[in-house]
Every structure is written in C-alpha cells, then in structure tokens.
Design a protein. Structure first.
Length: 340
C-alpha cells in the first residue's frame, strides 16, 4: 500500500512538471513565431506655407492612420513667409519638405545636395486672375499685371516670352487685392484656391488661367529630402512616399479627416476656404492629371524635368553646367503605383 501511494504521488508530480514544461515551451514558441515589435520611424515634414488644402493629402495620411500603417510616426510642421525650407532641411531640422523644382535646382547649383522624390501636384497651381471679360492670356498685352518678387525669378520670364508682354506692364503685387478690385484693367498673379476665393467673397467676378495649361513645365508640392537620406534610409523614403500618395487619394475622396487637422494647425482656415481649395484641386486635376493617370499619384518623368531645366537655363535662371538630374530621382515613384 505504501509503495502504491508513493508511486501515485510521483506520477502526479511528473504530470504536473510535464504540463508546466509544455506550457513554457508553447510560450517560447509563440514568442519566436510572433514578429518583434518595433517603434515607428519618426519623420518630420515641413510644409511650404500655413496649413491649407494644398497640404491635404499629408494631413489626411496622419488623420486616417495611413502613415502608421507603414510604420511611420509623422510630425507635420507648418512653413510660412519667413521659413527657409531648404536651409532647415540641410540643417537636419526636417526629414522632408514640400518643395518646388526651381528651388531644388537652384539648391543643386549652390551645392545643396537635396533631391525630389515625388510630386504631389502634377502642375504648378500658379496662374493669373483676371476680370471676367478676358478671354485668354493673349488678351493681356494692354493690361497691368501685378507680379510679386518671387514671380520675377520663376514664371514671369516664361509668360513674358510666350505672350510678348513687356516690363512696362508689370507692377509689384503686394498680396492686397484692392488694386485689382478697383481697376478693371488690372490682372494679377493668383493661386486657384486663394485669390479667386477672396474675389468671390467680395462679389467680384473673375477668371483664372493656369499657366500649366499653356505649357509651364514645373511640378509643385514636391517631396524633397537630402540625397544622404535617400542613400541611407531608402526604405523610410519609400514608405513615406507611398503613404503620402495614398493620403492624397484618400483626401480627394473624403477630405474631412485631413481638414480637421489643417484647421487645428491653422485656426484662421475656414471651412469655406478649404472646400473652395479642394474643389480647385479636383477641377484642375493637380494631383490626378498628367502622368498620374497612368503612372500613379506622385509621378515624375525625365522629360518634364528636362523641360524645366531647359526653361531655366534659357532665361538665365540656372547655370547650364548644373547637374539637373541630381535634383530628382524616380526610384520611388516608379515603384509605388498609387493610381487615382
């Protein structure tokens, strides 16, 4: 009897130990099988102005968790009139900025090793706002044209050469619409989401002419980073580009989440202004037009960059020896294919 009880006790202990070892082995196996948890890569994006509809896709990717889906923790910082994006990018204060072809090409000329990895806008939204009696840009040879200082080193030489305008027609644009409202002979530079909206609010009828419709070549709202970032962190760049373009697709479908964050960053932005801006982006197909229809949102091509380089060198805005191909890379946009 004593032997029987001893045997039963030892057997019971053995079963307990076996169960415990099996449970421990199962937990260890599960831990090995599960993917290791990694913190999201933190990325800072610096925009080119105060938060607005033109930044919608990036805010949308934050608001809807698209960046998180790609393992990115993205902070968006607003630019503004006193913010030098290229300088802050080169200084490591931002991982990406929203840039412009002329800006990056001039940077390459000056020895700043930045590069463009995607173009959110297939067309530069720059254009002229005219009174509603104007039929085309060719009709403006006898009218006063208000041009800001930055326009004189970007689109004005192109416009002047294309339509035969003269320097005598140009007057400074001070970002005050009163001269335009007061004089039907005045036309002025404009963005489709801004000055036309202000004119509408003042009950002034206008027309807007997009330069890109007449062949003005540069992209806009581009994603720019340092060449070192492309070399050292290509996976982060690829994920950021893809997530951003998915953000734009989502924003154009339903801009509400992105707009809520835009208004949080920029309390002066109204629902009316945002709705007007989104409508302009859709109508002008700034995101979905051009090569984006077949190559995907964010697309760029060698042909377009060469046209911008040719224009800048022809107008002496860029030295011919500048390595313009260093200003962009197609390796990311050619791979993602986020179709509209």
């Amino acid at each position: 009897m004593a032997f029987s009880r001893l045997f039963s006790t030892l057997a019971a202990r053995s079963r307990v130990l076996t169960t415990r070892f099996a449970a421990a082995a199962a937990l260890a196996g599960a831990a090995l099988a599960a993917p290791l948890a990694h913190a999201d890569d933190h990325v800072t994006l610096l925009t080119n102005w105060y938060a607005q509809a033109e930044h919608g896709g990036f805010y949308q990717a934050v608001a809807t968790g698209i960046y998180k889906k790609y393992g990115l923790d993205v902070t968006i910082k607003m630019g503004g009139p006193q913010v030098n994006g290229m300088q802050l990018l080169a200084a490591g204060q931002a991982d990406f900025i929203l840039g412009y072809d002329f800006q990056v090409l001039s940077g390459i000329e000056a020895g700043v090793p930045a590069t463009t990895v995607a173009a959110a806008f297939q067309y530069d939204p720059q254009g002229l706002m005219t009174h509603d009696d104007v039929k085309s840009l060719a009709d403006l040879k006898s009218r006063t044209i208000l041009v800001a200082g930055s326009g004189r080193t970007s689109w004005w030489p192109w416009l002047r050469a294309k339509y035969g305008y003269t320097e005598a027609q140009a007057r400074p644009y001070t970002f005050n619409l009163q001269p335009f409202f007061a004089d039907p002979n005045v036309t002025q530079q404009a963005y489709p989401s801004s000055e036309p909206y202000q004119a509408q609010q003042a009950n002034v009828k206008t027309k807007f002419f997009l330069f890109a419709d007449d062949g003005y070549p540069p992209y806009s709202t581009t994603i720019v980073t340092m060449q070192k970032t492309v070399k050292d962190k290509p996976d982060v760049v690829a994920r950021f580009v893809k997530a951003s373009m998915e953000g734009w697709k989502s924003y154009l479908a339903d801009p509400a989440p992105g707009n809520a964050l835009i208004k949080k960053d920029n309390p002066d932005m109204t629902d009316g202004q945002l709705a007007f801006g989104v409508d302009a982006i859709r109508k002008l197909k700034l995101v979905t037009g051009g090569d984006a229809g077949t190559l995907g949102i964010g697309a760029m091509t060698d042909v377009r960059w060469k046209k911008t380089y040719d224009y800048m060198t022809r107008e002496k805005l860029l030295k011919p020896e500048t390595d313009y191909k260093a200003a962009y890379t197609l390796q990311f946009v050619d791979a993602i294919k986020v179709l509209p």
